[in-house]
Design a protein around this ligand. Structure first.
Ligand SMILES: [Zn+2]
Ligand SMILES: [Zn+2]
Length: 521
């Protein structure tokens, strides 16, 4: 019998495929330039409509989102109209490294995003030391648990945290870029320490700085973006390019430390582009189509709660302890939703509507139908009425144009059940609105909704594209572009197969190009 292969996986969270290829070919990213010549490579695909929130959970399980249940930071509590924060501790599906570890293989898992910490791992794990939007920011979870203090003493804590909070001027963007470069270098040192520590069967580490910089600095990479500011761009340069160069160097250093008998994967998980979508307008559009309005009294209360009086420093000073120790615990006990009351009050009563939006990150709008027998106060009957409603709503959404370009704002509306099946299907949005993201959406119009104008309220200027990019090399893998893209769901079964472990339940399949070579007789 031959020894199972060893596997090393380096992830680059939301690093854009097109930018990597462009900058690799122009010589800015020598590691990727070299991988293009020496490795097998291919674009990767991700779960349609839900890829933003489900990509890493699907990677880690080989399961589609409706089989593992995670698709967004906030999800519907089934049987209610309320949404709740989805924590990694709500995630119950088995991660593939748990199975591999139980089979006796030694594993090191560093900063794979959006997954819960594992216990009793045959090896080590570090969770969210330096990831984008860490799910567990309050303490560092590691296995063994004693590892946390060692990591903190040696590498400190993440210098960035939630990147939406950065200051958006020359000093702020410069500091952000420098902090990201520092985090990249520290992640490389931390990864190198564990890579050198022993000959792991499976070693995995993920760089997340590409994710943070893409969301916050896309406009500095794109002079056509409405928020492009030439003075800031001139002073700061292009932070996205700076971070990709730093990650390219970090990966180059790590790859040199990996033994030649190891199968190596370098994966840019999904992409990044301008943040042009209409999700922030969708609920208002649905209200106009259904002709429902927020009662006037409710609107006045919401307006009072949204006023800026509490933002005054002196008021804030006194309000903060009240908010933290009295208001929030009371609110959590009675309200049981992660939607702020002040926002909920701006909307008409969901239970009396035919459909409503659910959070689904931003790139696809998520719509839930108020279905008889499923929702507590259902309005639409399953069967013919459901079908007719979906058809009409799709048409109404497709009829809306972007006033600035004259083009439809919606490319297509997907029915979730046409693309997915599984035990959590009933907890997901029923319809997915795929936006025409070729131009910013701010003023929209159709005969049924009239004209609606609103400024995107978020701070991010970049948002995700679905495709990723994979490089792979090692024993028996031929260099060059593969014939077809591969799915993010295929990594779990493929890595397990290379380590001669079979996963009990997966939707993905073993990628034939990366099968362990047959031993020579
Ligand atoms: Zn993101
Ligand atoms: Zn971030």
């Amino acid at each position: 019998m031959t020894r199972p292969s060893k596997v090393a996986f380096i992830g680059i969270d939301a690093a854009d495929k097109d930018l990597i290829l462009l900058w690799a070919k122009s010589g800015l990213l020598p590691t990727f330039q070299s991988l293009l010549n020496t490795a097998a490579w291919t674009p990767t695909t991700s779960p349609v409509g839900f890829y933003v929130g489900s990509i890493w959970p699907s990677f880690a399980t080989g399961l589609s989102p409706t089989q593992h249940g995670c698709y967004c930071y906030s999800q519907l509590r089934p049987g209610t109209y309320r949404t709740e924060r989805y924590s990694v501790f709500d995630f119950k599906s088995e991660l593939f490294w748990d199975t591999i570890s139980r089979a006796g293989r030694r594993v090191a898992i560093i900063d794979v995003p959006r997954i819960p910490p594992s216990e009793n791992l045959n090896g080590i794990q570090i969770v969210d030391w330096g990831t984008h939007d860490p799910d567990l920011p309050d303490r560092l979870y590691t296995w063994p648990t004693s590892l946390a203090s060692e990591i903190e003493a040696k590498y400190g804590r993440d210098p960035i945290g939630y990147c939406n909070r950065i200051t958006r001027n020359v000093e702020g963007f410069t500091q952000f870029r420098n902090n990201l470069i520092e985090r990249t270098q520290k992640k490389a040192q931390l990864s190198s320490q564990f890579l050198q520590q022993e000959k792991w069967d499976l070693f995995m580490t993920v760089f997340a700085e590409s994710h943070c910089v893409g969301h916050q600095c896309w406009h500095l990479n794109d002079p056509t973006h409405p928020k492009y500011d030439s003075a800031i761009a001139q002073a700061v340069g292009n932070p996205i390019q700076d971070i990709y160069i730093a990650i390219d160097k970090a990966i180059g250093d790590l790859l040199q430390q990996i033994d030649s008998d190891t199968t190596v994967f370098v994966l840019a998980s999904h992409g990044m582009g301008p943040h042009y979508d209409g999700t922030f307008l969708l609920d208002e559009i649905l209200c106009r189509l259904e002709k429902v309005k927020t009662p006037a009294v409710q609107r006045q209360v919401a307006k009072a709660l949204n006023s800026s009086w509490e933002k005054k420093p002196i008021i804030r000073h006194f309000m903060q302890p009240l908010r933290k120790y009295i208001w929030q615990p009371m609110r959590d006990r009675l309200w049981k939703s992660d939607k702020p009351i002040r926002h909920a009050l701006q909307e008409p009563d969901t239970s009396n509507r035919k459909c409503f939006t659910l959070p689904n990150n931003d790139v696809y709008g998520g719509i839930r139908l108020n279905l008889v027998g499923r929702e507590p106060n259902g309005k639409i009957h399953p069967g013919a009425e459901y079908e007719a409603y979906c058809q009409q709503l799709t048409q109404d959404l497709m009829d809306i144009i972007n006033v600035k370009t004259g083009q439809p704002i919606v490319k297509r509306v997907l029915k979730t059940q046409d693309h997915y099946q599984g035990e959590y299907l009933d907890h997901f949005p029923d319809l997915l609105v795929e936006w025409n993201r070729e131009a910013p959406i701010a003023q929209v119009s159709s005969p049924k909704i009239g004209t609606l104008e609103k400024v995107f309220p978020g701070v991010r200027t970049g948002d995700h594209k679905p495709d990723g990019l994979l490089f792979a090399y090692g024993p028996g893998i031929a260099p060059g572009q593969l014939e077809a893209p591969i799915s993010i769901l295929d990594f779990a079964p493929t890595i397990a197969a290379l380590l001669e472990v079979t996963l009990p339940k997966v939707d993905g399949k073993v990628i034939p190009a990366f099968k362990t070579p047959e031993p020579i007789a």
